[in-house]
Design a protein around this ligand. Structure first.
Ligand SMILES: *[C@@H]1O[C@H](CO)[C@@H](O)[C@H](O)[C@H]1NC(C)=O
Ligand SMILES: *[C@@H]1O[C@H](CO)[C@@H](O)[C@H](O)[C@H]1NC(C)=O
Ligand SMILES: *[C@@H]1O[C@H](CO)[C@@H](O)[C@H](O)[C@H]1NC(C)=O
Ligand SMILES: *[C@@H]1O[C@H](CO)[C@@H](O)[C@H](O)[C@H]1NC(C)=O
Ligand SMILES: *[C@@H]1O[C@H](CO)[C@@H](O)[C@H](O)[C@H]1NC(C)=O
Ligand SMILES: *[C@@H]1O[C@H](CO)[C@@H](O)[C@H](O)[C@H]1NC(C)=O
Ligand SMILES: *[C@@H]1O[C@H](CO)[C@@H](O)[C@H](O)[C@H]1NC(C)=O
Ligand SMILES: *[C@@H]1O[C@H](CO)[C@@H](O)[C@H](O)[C@H]1NC(C)=O
Ligand SMILES: *[C@@H]1O[C@H](CO)[C@@H](O)[C@H](O)[C@H]1NC(C)=O
Length: 359
């Protein structure tokens, strides 16, 4: 081929790349296909232990609340069941499945007639409803929906079917509670400083939409999810991070990218997918600048998860927040698949080795 033949082609390809932005894997995988990943298999599904909840399924501080030694409980702490269920789905570990379902069930045993987890939401201590209701419920909804999708899309769906059928209606009620206008208004206001929460909500609502047969409700979920995602996209800093509390936070940035990946595979709109891919590409580039060569995270300048206990935020456990390496590994690995990018996969591997999850 003469170079004069080649140039117009390469110019038009370049133009297409500039117009369309970051290339995205095609076809976009389902949630099940995305999580069917050999790195995640080695790092998590084959090796994690069951989440150590109480016998009745209460997890973390929720156990202490039950015993009367904590005045508050959080529905979000029941979301770790999804780690167990995911490992069970891919690595055929039935004991993890029952443990995970037990933890989900404790959460749903606290569901109130309004669909939320708000028994006595007006009470002063001892509080009977979940703490931080809107945000906490959004995290729980996201995890339950994602895990139900994994069951549903799995070749072994028949194994999960009766549990799936039992939980889907409860999930839909919980997701609908998030959209009650008075709830949503307060939720949006409280979530304002935290960009990553838009991506949790987008994933939670779009994942639930996928499981919803009522087409009018389904449209409502998809549409509100898109509104959250578009708002999140509009907040990205030109340098790539998604703002948290007026600055950047490498831990929450990674978690937000992970949730944006979860959202991307369930949202059908092509142009929004492209905008998400562009956001991911720029934000992963920023995230890489916050990682050390040995796979540890650089916390300098973070607004929320810092190395200094005087400025670090306190977790639900009452202890200082730790950097979220788990979500960082998920984010880099899922991002590497969606953006077809080896550098991101290598980084996921490096972080996993740093944490001792891989060799
Ligand atoms: C999961 O991935 C493996 C290879 O990594 C493949 O053999 C298998 O077919 C995949 N499962 C499904 C259901 O796609
Ligand atoms: C709601 O709170 C009351 C009183 O605290 C309690 O008796 C009841 O079991 C609670 N209901 C749910 C669904 O948690
Ligand atoms: C909560 O407070 C509102 C406004 O003060 C009141 O209308 C409502 O009845 C209260 N709900 C409960 C369950 O106490
Ligand atoms: C949705 O409808 C399909 C087919 O009509 C049915 O098999 C499925 O169980 C329904 N799903 C839910 C969540 O109701
Ligand atoms: C798809 O997403 C784009 C970008 O967010 C939005 O402008 C457009 O209205 C959406 N289209 C449909 C059909 O929802
Ligand atoms: C991989 O992703 C990073 C971060 O987005 C980017 O800087 C790099 O250019 C990408 N590599 C390729 C080959 O696209
Ligand atoms: C990893 O690298 C960081 C930054 O260079 C350093 O502070 C830390 O001590 C290293 N950790 C290990 C376990 O080598
Ligand atoms: C961590 O980030 C800060 C601010 O960007 C930078 O000055 C510092 O050199 C980085 N630390 C390491 C160990 O690279
Ligand atoms: C900071 O807090 C963590 C967890 O609460 C604790 O393990 C650690 O020892 C504290 N570090 C300092 C320097 O106080």
């Amino acid at each position: 081929m003469k170079s004069s033949d080649f140039h117009p082609v390469s110019c038009s390809l370049l133009l297409a790349a500039l117009t369309l932005g970051q290339p995205l894997i095609s076809p976009v995988p389902s949630t099940y296909q995305l999580y069917n990943d050999s790195l995640l298999m080695g790092v998590w599904y084959n090796r994690i232990s069951a989440t150590a909840a109480a016998a009745d399924g209460a997890n973390g501080v929720n156990q202490q609340w039950e015993q009367g030694t904590s005045t508050v409980w959080y529905i979000e702490l029941q979301r770790f069941d999804c780690d167990d269920v995911t490992a069970a789905v891919y690595a055929n570990r039935p004991s993890l499945l029952s443990n995970g379902e037990n933890i989900f069930n404790w959460g749903f045993s606290k569901q109130t007639v309004d669909g939320g987890f708000n028994n006595c939401s007006n009470c002063t201590t001892p509080m009977q409803g979940t703490g931080d209701a809107f945000h906490s419920t959004s995290m729980f909804v996201e995890a339950v929906a994602r895990c139900l999708i994994l069951m549903w899309q799995s070749p072994n769906f028949v194994t999960y079917e009766s549990y799936f059928n039992q939980v889907v209606p409860k999930l839909i009620r919980a997701a609908s509670w998030l959209l009650v206008p008075s709830v949503l208004t307060i939720g949006i206001k409280n979530d304002m400083p935290y960009t990553h929460r838009r991506y949790i909500l987008a994933a939670a609502l779009a994942e639930t939409a996928l499981l919803t047969n009522d087409s009018s409700l389904q449209q409502q979920f998809y549409s509100q999810a898109a509104t959250f995602a578009q708002n999140g996209l509009s907040l990205q800093d030109p340098s790539g991070f998604n703002p948290e509390k007026g600055g950047y936070d490498s831990s929450y940035n990674a978690y937000g990218l992970y949730q944006a990946c979860n959202y991307l595979v369930v949202y059908p709109n092509v142009s929004l997918r492209q905008e998400l891919a562009n956001m991911l590409s720029n934000s992963f580039a920023w995230q890489l600048t916050r990682m050390n060569p040995n796979g540890s995270a650089n916390l300098t300048g973070n607004t929320r998860v810092t190395a200094d206990n005087n400025t670090d935020e306190v977790a639900r456990s009452g202890y200082d927040k730790d950097y979220d390496y788990k979500s960082t590994i998920y984010a880099f690995e899922l991002g590497s698949v969606l953006l077809q990018n080896q550098t991101l996969h290598n980084e996921a591997q490096l972080v996993a080795i740093y944490k001792g999850y891989s060799h």
